[in-house]
Design a protein around this ligand. Sequence first.
Ligand SMILES: [Zn+2]
Length: 283
Amino acid sequence: MRIFDPHIHMTSRTTDDYERMAAAGVRAIVEPAFWLGQPRTGPASFTDYFDALIGWEPFRASQFGIRHHATIALNPKEANDPRCRPVLDLLPRYLAKDGVVAVGEIGYDSMTAAEDEAFAAQLALAVEHELPALVHTPHRDKARGTERSIAVVAESGIVPSRVVLDHLNELTVAAALDAGLWAGFSIYPDTKMSPSRMVKILHEYGLERVLVNSAADWGRSDPLLTVRTAEEMLAGGFTKDDVDKVLWRNPVAFFSQSGRLDLADRNDSEATFAGNSILRGGS
Ligand SMILES: [Zn+2]
């Protein structure tokens, strides 16, 4: 079984996670830029974070044979902080980088006017840089947030098949698919979407334009829930080829639209990054 987790925040995870993921079949991941929990006070801390997403973190992943790509954006939550808004001006520099396969995560948190503005501006950047967009749907008031996100995406003029609407559920999946967008699902340990609910959705809506991720981050989450979903699919009557489609070929197809997805093996297990290995002691 080969697994591509199209949404996971490895910055917040340990090398033990990388080890367990590699052992379970995870071969590729995409790490979207997001909120770190602790509010950032200015653009400079975003610069260092973005640099880590395209530098240190891919190096760390490669030590476990995992290919790492990133999506870059000002996240919805911090779009509300005037101290962080200048980050929008830094984005073009990062959207030109090789390891960046989409603009994201963008979208709504509380559906404020500031979020509206940042969302539209970043969809325009995706169009301009010919990149897909990864759109987070809010955890509160999800139905209305999803509906409004679909409207903003339509207004932006981006090709619908270049957009994934993420963190969907039974109530929001149909609207996303009907609009021609990709439907993303984040599988959580004990709230929101579970592996068995995911399998029911796959039975009902089919396997086209569907992405399944763990969205593992600094909160309660589990980087192996992609693998658990694959197992649940097999138990629920899907074939190994179906599993390969949803958990490998679909994310490959979606992010290949960037023209930058590179899944070739990297054999740099002896190397260091900026003089730092992942070994204790740092050299
Ligand atoms: Zn996320």
